[in-house]
Write a protein that binds this ligand. Structure first.
Ligand code: PLP
Length: 508
């Protein structure tokens, strides 16, 4: 299917290259995919042939982060112009990251840590959520406004507020479970300024908030009541505009290994990725499809180990107890982005994907064919880490290597060591998804054996003891005055969204 788009004075013939994971007849452009978030049939948008135009690997050694981002985005977002991509990247990755490498690679003992937490909110969500608003702004029509809705267990909400604040034609509304986020995360959300940002605490857990956000997207009455030209969209990693920016740092890690003389061009490497909704590790699979020499992607789960069991048995079964762990950003039972992997590894079998997702909806589980399981195991390995192992890991790595890890990264470390027993020689990169100061109570418990009553005091004690610097964004948090968030029943969310959205766009 072809769509003729008029852009300025040029007439572009733009192929609608994206399609739904559940229907190969449902086509959209990359811009439409970013503005709408997910497909009308509840599937996720995918670019069918990721390997059609490989990354120019022979030029990688000479590229900085922004150049790598340009090359990746040109390949995966074909209807954006080079100039649009360049401007979006320049605006996203500027002084808001405290390290000029954006995602610096640190040698620790005999492995490498790729630090993804140097953005404005000190967790890896910033890498996607600084760029998503820039892409969305260049995709939305001039006479439209977009309100982005996000249910959050902490990190996504903070990073979305920061990325979208004061962006023209856009607003952001974040819903967090009342009492269900860390004191640092709550303070981050309630101190984010911006005329177009809204935050509400929901009486209920994360799943209640998430379910209601999904209902609002599909609620015709909500759409009728919004000011004309207003759309709702999503900032979760089901949006390709957030997923694709994460592909970039896999190439950046390889570039830094080349630069440090640790590998030669063409050598295979492994990555270990702390995993929840499967966005981060899926971006690694995209990098591999674009030609990055990745041997294995190692999926690390916490006690909520539905993915580790799936890789073991071929059955994805969410009928199981839910644990609140020390790595809360990975406390998840439905890893949404796995749907995209099933699409690719089944060679685009949309009928199969649709059937599996229906099984998940109706029975809470599905089983994949043996041939598909074999392919999944070829590209990925998996394992999980208990809370006791997370604590022991944080303490041990600090004692041995003087490196301070957050609980999510520690989950990855433990699984990485398990995996390395089978493959000790391939260079390994561990992705670090948050600053240890973002989950300061758990880290202090592990290293100091206790934490103080308030997070500011704990932060100070941990910094004094370890000499590991506190990120600038978290340091200044305690000087800012938080706003009061309204407390809503889940049933009140729709009405609130209508009122606040119309209020945000009143003057546009
Ligand atoms: C979101 C998050 C994860 C999980 O990433 P997914 O893309 O959802 O798999 C891991 N660690 C931290 C700190 C996070 O915020």
């Amino acid at each position: 299917m072809f769509i003729i788009e008029k852009q300025g004075t040029e007439e572009n013939l733009v192929t609608s290259l994206y399609q739904s994971t559940r229907d190969d007849q449902l086509h959209v452009s990359a811009k439409q995919a970013i503005v709408t978030g997910f497909a009308a049939d509840q599937g996720l948008f995918v670019l069918p042939d990721l390997g059609a135009n490989p990354f120019p690997l022979e030029q990688l050694a000479e590229m900085d982060y922004q150049m790598i981002a340009q090359a990746v985005l040109e390949r995966l977002l074909p209807d954006f112009s080079q100039a649009e991509i360049k401007a979006a990247i320049a605006a996203a990755y500027d002084h808001s990251f405290s390290d000029s490498q954006i995602t610096p690679l640190q040698a620790v003992g005999d492995f490498q840590v790729l630090e993804l937490f140097h953005g404005p909110t000190a967790a890896f969500k910033d890498v996607g959520l600084q760029l998503l608003p820039q892409l969305m702004q260049r995709a939305v029509a001039t006479n439209e406004q977009v309100m982005v809705l996000a249910a959050t267990s902490g990190d996504t909400g903070t990073a979305a507020l920061n990325g979208f604040r004061n962006q023209a034609q856009m607003g952001v509304s974040v819903f967090y479970p009342d009492g269900g986020v860390s004191p640092v995360q709550q303070r981050q959300m309630l101190t984010t300024t911006g005329k177009n940002t809204r935050v509400a605490a929901i009486e209920g857990n994360f799943d209640d908030a998430q379910r209601n956000v999904k209902q609002i997207f599909n609620d015709a009455k909500v759409h009728e009541q919004l000011t004309a030209g207003t759309r709702l969209s999503s900032a979760n990693s089901i949006n390709i505009g957030r997923l694709i920016p994460q592909v970039v740092y896999y190439f950046s890690a390889y570039q830094q290994l080349l630069e440090q003389g640790k590998i030669e061009l063409g050598d295979q490497i492994n990555f270990t990725v702390p995993t929840g909704n499967f966005g981060d590790v899926l971006a690694g699979f995209y990098a591999k499809q674009l030609g990055l020499p990745i041997k294995k992607l190692v999926i690390a789960c916490n006690q909520n180990n539905v993915l580790a069991d799936f890789w073991q048995t071929g059955t994805y079964d969410r009928n199981r107890p839910f644990y609140q762990t020390l790595a809360p950003s990975m406390d998840i039972q439905i890893s949404s982005n796995l749907e995209r992997l099933l699409y690719y590894e089944s060679d685009g079998d949309t009928q199969l994907v649709r059937q599996l997702m229906n099984d998940l909806d109706r029975q809470g589980k599905y089983q994949v064919p043996a041939t598909l399981l074999e392919k999944l195991r070829h590209d990925f390995a998996s394992g999980f880490t208990t809370d006791a192992e997370i604590e022991a890991t944080i303490l041990q790595v600090f004692a041995d290597d003087h490196y301070l890890m957050d609980p999510h990264t520690a989950t990855g470390y433990h699984v990485m060591r398990q995996y390395q027993q089978a493959d000790p020689d391939t260079p390994m990169v561990l992705l670090s998804t948050a600053s240890p100061y973002k989950f300061v109570d758990a880290v202090a418990d592990a290293v100091l054996g206790k934490h103080a009553a308030d997070a500011q005091a704990t932060t100070q004690q941990l910094a004094d003891y370890t000499n590991v610097p506190v990120p600038p964004a978290l340091q200044k948090l305690w000087d800012l005055t938080p706003v009061q968030a309204p407390r809503l029943q889940p049933a009140e969310m729709a009405e609130w969204v209508v009122r606040e959205t119309n209020e945000v766009f009143k003057h546009d």
